[in-house]
Design a protein around this ligand. Structure first.
Ligand SMILES: Cc1cc2nc3c(=O)[nH]c(=O)nc-3n(C[C@H](O)[C@H](O)[C@H](O)COP(=O)(O)OP(=O)(O)OC[C@H]3O[C@@H](n4cnc5c(N)ncnc54)[C@H](O)[C@@H]3O)c2cc1C
Ligand code: FES
Length: 263
């Protein structure tokens, strides 16, 4: 169950240009949050912007949780000004997160851009539950790379790609995924593997296509603009094989085969 809570800011720092890590105190949210769930945040003490903004739960500890966010507009700009010691109004934990399938022994986590945000909690949760974790991170260029060391603390298999080739391999996360499936994991182990992905829609679609061709289970975390965040306004729907579903309530994580991918 989710609650509305005023959470004290324990830490707030810029980790890359326009990218911030925000640590908020809440025993309730940190003890209940599951990987892939999110919180809906009032970004300032004023009512402008009026609507809350959704952010994935990046990491949890006993009494606090972390968000990782990029400043893209008014809400995130206001959020970036919140100082240590102030209180932020948060609703959460919300949504249906990644489902951990105890039978799959190889987990492949694919994150594009800010899509890495929910994957760190997932990687840390999977650590003692699977035999191998591959983390594939992609971003436009080296200066936008996030969390590489955090993922390396969980697994030796962290593969970075950049669109411009300024760090790691030049190319997209989906290119790295194909290479890992073909050259490292191999056809014999595909049935034991599962893909968890978060990132921009074209990346998710490419990954869903690969998982379909290779017959591998794949869960994707979808991002749509949200208003209420609790399933009442229908502002965040995606088209699925079972009709429209709400990203905030039925998702944000869906089986990739469920989604009707539109350009
Ligand atoms: C379930 C979920 C989890 C998310 N987790 C994170 C996270 O962990 N870290 C993070 O940085 N962001 C995350 N986002 C996106 C984040 O909510 C938006 O960046 C934020 O709401 C922008 O608010 P703003 O007022 O700063 O920007 P606005 O002024 O509202 O918009 C600025 C620009 O960002 C675009 N935009 C806004 N919201 C979205 C969205 N949901 N999807 C795509 N484009 C959008 C707008 O179209 C516009 O171009 C998540 C979104 C969802 C739905
Ligand atoms: S944001 Fe209102 S139903 Fe999803």
């Amino acid at each position: 169950m989710s609650i509305q809570e005023k959470c004290r800011v324990l830490d707030h720092k810029e980790v890359a240009p326009k990218h911030y890590k925000l640590t908020l105190f809440s025993s309730y949210i940190s003890s209940r949050a599951e990987p892939g769930q999110f919180v809906n945040v009032r970004c300032s003490q004023e009512y402008d912007p009026l609507l809350r903004r959704p952010f994935s739960i990046h990491r949890v500890s006993k009494d606090y949780f972390e968000l990782l966010y990029e400043v893209v507009g008014k809400g995130t700009e206001q959020l970036s000004k919140q100082t240590i010691g102030s209180e932020i109004d948060v609703l959460g934990p919300l949504g249906s997160g990644f489902k951990i399938d105890g039978k799959k022994q190889i987990a492949i986590l694919a994150g594009g851009g800010m899509g890495v945000a929910p994957l760190l909690l997932l990687a840390e949760t999977l650590k003692d539950k699977v035999k191998a974790i591959y983390v594939l991170i992609g971003c436009n260029c080296k200066s936008r790379l996030l969390c590489e060391q955090d993922f390396k603390n969980v697994t030796d298999q962290v593969l970075v790609s950049t669109d411009d080739g300024s760090y790691g391999k030049k190319g997209f996360v989906s290119d790295t995924l194909l290479e890992v499936l073909n050259d490292t994991i191999g056809a014999r182990n595909l049935s034991q593997s599962i893909i968890y992905a978060c990132g921009p829609k074209p990346m998710l679609k490419a990954i869903a296509d690969i998982s379909f061709q290779k017959k591998i289970d794949c869960q994707v975390s979808m991002e749509e603009r949200m208003a209420c965040g609790i399933g009442t306004c229908l502002g965040c729907v995606v088209k699925t094989k079972d009709g429209y579903k709400k990203v905030c309530d039925d998702g944000p994580v869906f089986d990739s085969k469920e989604i009707i991918w539109q350009d």
